[in-house]
Design a protein around this ligand. Structure first.
Ligand code: KG4
Ligand code: ZN
Length: 340
């Protein structure tokens, strides 16, 4: 029997709506907001406004793609946090209205849990991980290593104490004068560079936590010094700089991941979030999998970045548990991984 769950994602700058039928995704439609590019980062007020413009066309497109009518939906799932409050409020209010109009259950979803549960979306030729597994979630807003013991049973092993991994890419790119978002640009330019050419300081952080703000400062001071000696330094060394920065970020991430896997005796390793598109990260992970006998899990890119499908699949698991929300539920910018 069909059980269509609609998933609404609006926590940052992507308006995305997915429709799940069990673990199968019938539609995953995303409207990206190019407007932020000219400001070199996401502008919260513009993001909320764009969500308001995009959300109805995205819903219509998702229903058309899935070839269903609104009255066939079983429940409405939506991201209630963490994220930008103004953006979350658009999705939350829209989800409530839709659930009330259709008289179906409302399901609030923790965005960080959804990134993890994206690994359970049915994809041809791909297996989902077994419990327990480790998930490294790396994006513009998050950097976490999570021990996943069940669909809703998590242990947060480590997280960033300042910038997220994606921010480390984006801010480094900005210092070099590259456009936003800098992650894909650094990845591209690094392909022809030497990763060992420049060395940047690595953070000293306790446990499995991360820190990237020191790296940003170290890149800034290094470039300022070099530019005084040679104003064309960045231009002449662009590929090597990109490769060295990328190598450093990936190395910081992987050092903790390897340690966490060894200490917890876990060999199933998953990654999620926009930064998991990074080619150096993927190559290093594949290499580490061979060395450490890991089984690795990387969802398709459309399910790695912020997307409605991951909200819909999380909605599917919550629907099975009948974990519904009241109409008075509120969005919150800050939400711990383990809160519903
Ligand atoms: O998951 P995502 O789409 O949105 C959130 O931030 O939640 O992640 C966006 C981040 C940006 O910081 C972007 O620069 C980074 O992912 N990113 C990459 C690559 N593609 C996207 N970073 C490094 N290499 C890439 N190929
Ligand atoms: Zn995200």
């Amino acid at each position: 029997m069909s059980e269509f769950i609609l998933g609404i994602e609006s926590s940052c700058d992507d308006t995305s709506i997915g429709i799940a039928n069990g673990r199968q995704i019938m539609a995953n439609v995303t409207a990206n907001q190019d407007i932020h590019r000219e400001f070199g980062g996401v502008v919260p007020e513009l993001a909320s406004r764009a969500h308001q413009q995009n959300i109805i066309p995205v819903l219509k497109a998702a229903l058309t793609k899935a070839k269903i009518q609104p009255n066939q939906l079983a429940a409405i799932a939506f991201t209630s946090g963490p994220g930008l409050l103004g953006s979350l409020l658009v999705g939350t209010s829209f989800a409530k209205s839709l659930a009330m109009a259709l008289n179906i259950p409302l399901i609030e979803v923790n965005h960080m849990q959804a990134h993890i549960l994206a690994h359970f979306i049915e994809q041809p030729g791909r297996q989902s991980p077994d419990f327990p597994f480790l998930c490294l979630t790396v994006s513009g807003g998050h950097t976490q290593i999570v021990k996943v013991k069940g669909h809703f049973d998590y242990e947060l092993l480590g997280q960033t104490i300042d910038d997220a991994a994606g921010e480390a890419f984006d801010k480094s790119a900005k210092i070099m004068g590259l456009p936003y978002p800098g992650g894909p640009m650094i990845d591209q330019k690094a392909k022809s560079g030497d990763p060992s050419k420049f060395k940047f300081a690595k953070p000293k952080v306790e446990g499995y936590d991360f820190s990237f703000s020191g790296l940003k400062t170290s890149i800034l001071y290094f470039l300022q010094k070099q530019m005084k000696l040679n104003p064309k330094f960045i231009e002449e060394n662009e590929a090597d700089l990109c490769a060295s920065i990328q190598y450093t970020i990936v190395n910081i991430l992987m050092t903790n991941l390897v340690r966490a896997a060894k200490d917890h005796n876990i060999s199933q390793i998953a990654i999620a979030g926009g930064v998991s598109a990074n080619s150096e990260l993927r190559a290093t992970l594949e290499n580490l999998a061979l060395i450490n006998n890991w089984q690795i899990f990387i969802p398709d890119f459309e399910y790695c970045t912020d997307n409605g499908a991951m909200i819909a699949i999380t909605g599917h698991y919550k629907y099975q548990l009948q974990q519904f929300s009241g109409i008075n539920t509120v969005a919150s910018a800050r939400r711990h991984l383990t809160s519903s």
